[in-house]
Design a protein around this ligand. Structure first.
Ligand code: 5AD
Ligand code: SF4
Length: 495
């Protein structure tokens, strides 16, 4: 499995370049649950007195993978540092979703050339989604020979063994698995916070939206057993965590692969979550196609299930949605949206939108604007389409000039801003529950946190409130955040 930096290495063994045909076959492969993580004795304490730094790009899934890698490194004795100069191990956990994310990472790898020259014993490793791409690995081998280690998203649990190879070998260690079927349980995790936690409920994606690289970099959809998830969340509750976010690339497909559990889906899991004594449960990311009535009914029960739904639409035009391979039309999205809104009346909605998909016409883009006007989203992540090598959309000829795409993005963002401000204005003078996360980024005298509906709230108060649920009266609704006054009283429970 480990390849060294030799020009005659056959990399086809280690990589699976994006291939829709091959990737679709994988659905029939069995899922293995690996439970035997351990750190070999000879390197168990190798990190004592040394430091590590992990730079993380991309989504919450990556952030959580970083927590797992940090947990492994801390078990080996390493301590975290934020200074690259102090790190004995420097890992870059990468994101492949758009080209600009990748360019940023290449910039950083370039930047560390000088540091590696000064500190030749430091291990510089590249991991995450970019490492799953053959073209990226080849580029690193060719142009960035000061990198010591490359590993992918499927073999994080082998970090100790890979580090041993990197410490004691002379050549670049490359281990990227193309297999898609494993779930590794019982890995150590060093969670970043003590009151908010991420919990993976499933891995991978089988949706194969035609623009997206994720199904290739993250492998096939595979769900963790509900009993494992419930035990993990119960344990977090016992430790006093206040908020848990259940994670997956397509959480609504949860349970489909658990063949022994008949019709067990995200709705069932969320119903279990309601019984656990954690004040807030969130989940992300949803796919409209798999969002079923059972889940809607369970969300309608409220309790600790937060009223915020992130429901990526991508486009408001049915033809574009079809070419994107999204599996729903504009009308079906809107039906679903209104159904959830009716069941969870106070819910906030956010979405993801891509503009400038190949050959998107002005009229088709106007459909996206009109859908935004109908849904009045609380916020949206908006992107210009970025071709990803190996995906079907990257092979489509595109007649939309970049200037036009940029203009569309601007128009879309202006509209989103308008609705964000409008939805924030509704909070004026209301008292909301805020989970206090820390000092505001802009002003250390101000505390900052989120409402259940995921709105940012800033207010003055003692630092001792960090990690607590407090009541705040909104005094000023701004475009992106809410300002308020802390209501001195004990913690509020529930809604
Ligand atoms: N180009 C632009 N945006 C993309 N996304 C995914 N792939 C691409 C791409 N190739 C966006 C989608 C997705 C979000 C995480 O990133 O909107 O929901
Ligand atoms: Fe990518 Fe999300 Fe589509 Fe999966 S559902 S292919 S992660 S955009």
């Amino acid at each position: 499995m480990v390849a060294s930096k030799l020009s005659n290495v056959d990399f086809s063994k280690y990589f699976q370049p994006p291939s829709l045909k091959d990737a679709r076959r994988r659905r029939h492969e069995a899922v293995h649950i690996i439970n035997d993580f351990s750190i070999p004795d000879d390197i168990h304490e190798i990190g004592k007195g040394k430091k590590y730094l992990i730079e993380t790009y991309g989504c919450q899934m990556n952030e959580h993978d970083t927590e797992v890698m940090a947990g492994i490194l801390e078990e080996m004795g390493y301590e975290e540092t934020s200074e690259p100069e102090q790190a004995a191990i420097l890992l870059i956990n990468t994101c492949a979703i758009r080209e600009n994310a990748e360019n940023k990472v290449f910039g950083h790898i370039g930047k560390y050339k000088a540091l590696k020259r000064e500190k030749p014993d430091m291990v510089l490793g590249i991991c995450g989604c970019m490492a799953q791409e053959e073209s990226v690995v080849n580029k690193i081998l060719e142009k960035y020979p000061w990198v010591d280690l490359i590993f992918g998203t499927h073999n994080i649990h082998r970090l100790p063994q890979l580090l041993r190879e990197a410490f004691f070998g002379k050549e670049m260690v490359v281990e990227v698995w193309s297999k898609e079927g494993d779930i590794v349980e019982n890995l150590p995790q060093s969670r970043h916070g003590h009151f908010q936690a991420w919990v993976n409920i499933m891995y991978g994606c089988d949706k194969f939206c035609t623009y997206c690289i994720v199904p290739y970099t993250r492998g096939k959809e595979r769900s963790r057993r509900p009993e494992e998830i419930i035990a993990e969340v119960r344990d977090l509750a016992r430790q006093g965590y206040k908020e848990v976010t259940l994670l997956g690339q397509n959480v609504n497909a949860y349970g489909k692969d658990l063949k022994d559990l008949e019709n067990y889906g995200l709705g069932n899991l969320m119903d279990e979550m309601r019984k656990i004594g954690i004040p807030r449960i969130r989940f992300t990311t949803s796919h409209p196609k798999d969002f079923d009535d059972h889940l809607i009914n369970v969300l309608g029960k409220g309790g600790n299930l937060c009223e915020h739904i992130h429901l990526p639409v991508q486009s408001g035009n049915s033809e574009i949605l079809k070419i994107m391979g999204r599996g729903y039309t504009r009308e079906r999205y809107l039906d679903l949206f209104h159904k959830i809104k009716a069941a969870v009346p106070n819910a906030s909605f956010t979405t993801d939108i891509i503009v400038g998909f190949p050959n998107e016409t002005d009229e088709q883009f106007e459909d996206t604007l009109s859908l935004v006007r109908e849904c009045r989203f609380d916020g949206a992540f908006t992107f210009i389409y970025s071709p990803r090598a190996g995906t079907p959309a990257a092979r489509m000829k595109d007649n939309v000039p970049m200037e036009v795409k940029k203009e569309r993005l601007q128009r879309l963002n202006d509209l989103i801003d308008q609705f964000s401000a409008e939805s924030n204005a509704k909070y004026q003078d209301k008292i909301v529950e805020v989970l206090v996360e820390g000092e505001s980024r802009k002003n250390s005298n101000v505390l900052s946190g989120h409402t259940r509906t995921n709105k940012v709230v800033n207010f003055s108060g003692p630092k001792s409130l960090v990690g607590q649920l407090v009541s705040v009266k909104i005094t000023e609704a701004k475009q992106w955040s809410l300002d308020g006054d802390w209501q001195r009283e004990p913690e509020v429970a529930g809604r």
